[in-house]
Structure formats: structure tokens, C-alpha cells
Ligand binder design. Structure first.
Ligand SMILES: *Cc1c(COP(=O)(O)O)cnc(C)c1O
Length: 236
């Protein structure tokens, strides 16, 4: 159960986040409402995700299949759009395609092939799974993402795969660099991607700490967790 006070906290967090996104849009000279808000609900219980749905949130993000699968199952029928945003092993793909509407963390050809096979098995024809190519914006391995020079090949593989649709790109800002510089490189890659694939316009970038920089550099979607839901204990 979600207490009234927690419900109030979530509503206030959501409102503050919406105001921040609108201010960032205005500051960037972009139309207010042009950036989609994905609320990252990892580590928060399904009850709280239901509160978000009540408050008008439609896009939610999760990064671990073990956690996301039961939550999505429990909340079926709320009309939520589930974004899978975590590093994805091929042995989890079959589970993820059951509930995810968008997989944002596609960073290798092998994963594209596994997603296409799994999507073909469980999804209705004509309802392709949207995939974003996750780009690594630094040279620190282990946080996921394809090297920038691999992005075009992975994007083409998605486009060529049955039951997958290319949505665009996703990235996480590096820990030790001005996010403006990193998101500037992402914007260049996004321009190249759209030149090859005109409908792949999504740029998923910006988290609670750096959404303004992401919106300045053309993000079409921000992924906000703590800015909406508050402190999240770190998980391994
Ligand atoms: C956790 C997470 C977020 C949200 O992070 P906050 O700093 O809480 O906004 C966004 N994107 C990814 C890929 C994440 O894992």
C-alpha cells in the first residue's frame, strides 16, 4: 500500500520534474511538451508505479528483467508503455519481449538477432518491438553501449530484422565529462542515424542530474528516476 504522504511526495516529485523539463525546453528554444518523460521506476514497488499511472504517467523504465517482469505483469491493463533500459543478456530476451514495448539498450548485433527471434515468437505480426541503439559515450567498459563507430551497423541490422523497428538512439552521459560535450557527440550520431533512417528520430538522453544538457542537445526523451521518486538505495 502507498500511504497518503508517499502519494503526495510522488505527485510533488512528478510535478517538479515536469516543470524542470518544461523550463529546459524553453531554455533550449524548443516547444514545451516536445520531450517525452520516461519515469525510471527501478527499485520502487509496483504500487508506486500504479500511483504514477494514476497521475498520468504513461512511459516507465526498468533496468532488470527479474524486477521488471513481475511488475509489468502486476500492472497489465494500466496502459503503461514499458521501456527496458538496462544491460541485457541474450538469455533474458525471451522474458523481456513479453512486456517491453521499447528496448533502449541494444548494443550488439548478437542481441539484435536474439530480440528479433524472440519478438517473432511472442508478438503479434504488425506490432514490432521498438529498439534504440545504446551508444557508449566514453571508453569505460562495463556500463553498456556500442562504440560510436558500430552504431550504423547495429541500426541497419535492426531495420533489416523481422519484428523489430528502429526508434533511434539512447545514451548515458559519462561520469567524468561535461554532459554538454558528450550529448553533443550523441546529437551528431543522431543526425547521421536519421539521415540513413528518417523515422528513427528518438534520442533518449538525460537523467535526473543532466536533463537540461540533454534537452539542449536535442533529446526527445529523458529518463528520470530520483527526480520524480526520490532517493534510491544503490544496487550492485
Ligand atoms: C537509473 C537510470 C536512469 C535514471 O536515473 P536517475 O539519476 O535516478 O534519474 C536513467 N537511465 C538509466 C539507463 C538508468 O539505469
Amino acid at each position: 500500500m502507498v500511504t497518503d504522504s508517499r502519494r503526495g511526495e510522488i505527485a510533488a516529485g512528478l510535478e517538479a520534474a515536469r516543470v524542470r523539463v518544461a523550463e529546459a525546453e524553453r531554455a533550449a528554444g524548443r516547444a514545451v511538451g516536445s520531450v517525452e518523460l520516461v519515469v525510471v521506476t527501478k527499485t520502487f514497488p509496483a504500487d508506486e508505479v500504479a500511483v504514477l499511472a494514476d497521475l498520468g504517467v504513461t512511459h516507465v523504465g526498468e533496468n532488470r528483467d527479474q524486477e521488471a517482469a513481475p511488475k509489468a505483469q502486476a500492472l497489465r491493463g494500466l496502459g503503461l508503455v514499458w521501456h527496458f533500459i538496462g544491460q541485457l543478456q541474450t538469455n533474458k530476451v525471451r522474458s523481456v519481449v513479453d512486456y517491453a514495448d521499447v528496448v533502449e539498450s541494444v548494443d550488439r548485433i548478437k542481441l539484435v538477432r536474439a530480440l528479433s527471434r524472440a519478438a517473432s515468437a511472442v508478438r503479434p505480426v504488425g506490432a514490432p518491438l521498438t529498439c534504440l541503439v545504446q551508444v557508449c559515450l566514453d571508453d569505460q567498459p562495463g556500463r553498456g553501449g556500442a562504440a560510436p563507430e558500430q552504431v550504423a551497423d547495429i541500426a541497419s541490422e535492426i531495420v533489416a530484422s523481422p519484428n523489430l523497428a528502429l526508434g533511434g538512439l539512447m545514451a548515458v552521459a559519462p561520469l567524468h565529462e561535461d554532459p554538454n560535450r558528450a550529448f553533443g557527440r550523441l546529437a551528431e550520431l543522431a543526425r547521421a542515424t536519421v539521415a540513413d533512417h528518417p523515422s528513427a528520430r528518438t534520442v533518449s538522453a538525460g537523467m535526473s542530474g543532466d536533463l537540461e544538457a540533454a534537452v539542449r542537445h536535442g533529446a526527445t526523451q529523458v529518463r528520470l528516476g530520483s527526480a520524480v521518486l526520490g532517493y534510491r538505495p544503490p544496487v550492485g
